[in-house]
Design a protein around this ligand. Structure first.
Ligand SMILES: [Mg+2]
Length: 232
């Protein structure tokens, strides 16, 4: 078995604290678009509804059933409609604003910097492999200060195929000049990151902070990022 040389990280919810950053961005746009005056409930109720609609839209996007452009406004339009507000213009404005504001947010999952500097000290070559959008993922990595750790930031948009499709992993391996058996993938999504990587022969580590139960065979699983140090 070749020595492990390359580590691929998922970005959203694994290193970049999507929940916290999204909450900050949504709070700002709720205020600047005066959503409370448009029939929408308090910010927490709104965020909960948006989060649920966003997850459904992302699932549709990942399956190729929704385009990137429609996802951006549709998740807001659907959240608005839950409260009887049918206002596509405001939904479009919210979609644009969200894309502008959220990538500038800098909260990281606890343990991110600790883990990355540990991995760097072990001379692993590190890359990001994300299903997120090309233009926003680069901004997130730069703004949050983790850019220097990575040789490559590879998005599914760039590859033309999304995780967990085998071609996403194989494309990333090819681009970085690495081989599956010498590579690991670390991510928070069991199906997308962990099973996907395992299926192409990579070592897969499941970051499962809420200890979601499952029945998959997983090589490495931790609730905290820093716990991953003992495996690498
Ligand atoms: Mg993720």
């Amino acid at each position: 078995m070749p020595e492990l040389k390359h580590i691929f990280f998922d970005l959203d919810h694994t290193l970049w604290d999507f929940e916290a950053n999204s909450r900050e961005a949504l709070t700002e746009l709720y205020q600047s678009l005066k959503l409370s005056e448009k029939g929408l409930p308090d910010i927490n109720t709104f965020i909960k509804a948006y989060t649920e609609e966003n997850a459904k839209c992302w699932e549709a996007y990942r399956k190729g059933e929704m385009s990137k452009e429609s996802l951006r406004s549709e998740r807001f339009a659907r959240a608005f409609r839950r409260f009887g507000t049918d206002d596509f213009r405001t939904a479009e404005a919210a979609g644009r604003l969200y894309i502008e504001i959220s990538p500038l947010k800098t909260q990281l999952i606890p343990g991110t910097l600790n883990l990355l500097s540990y991995m760097a000290s072990k001379n692993y070559r590190m890359h990001i492999l994300t299903n997120g959008f090309e233009e926003v993922q680069h901004i997130k990595v730069k703004q949050s200060g983790i850019e220097p750790y990575f040789e490559n930031l590879i998005t599914s948009e760039d590859l033309g195929v999304k995780k967990p499709h085998p071609q996403a992993f194989l494309g990333a391996l090819k681009r970085t000049g690495s081989q599956a058996a010498a590579s690991a993938m670390i991510g928070d999504n069991l199906e997308v990151d962990v099973v996907g990587a395992r299926e192409v022969g990579m070592l897969a580590a499941y970051f499962n902070p809420t200890a979601k139960p499952h029945t998959e065979r997983v090589a490495i699983e931790t609730r905290q990022l820093i716990e991953l140090r003992k495996y690498f």
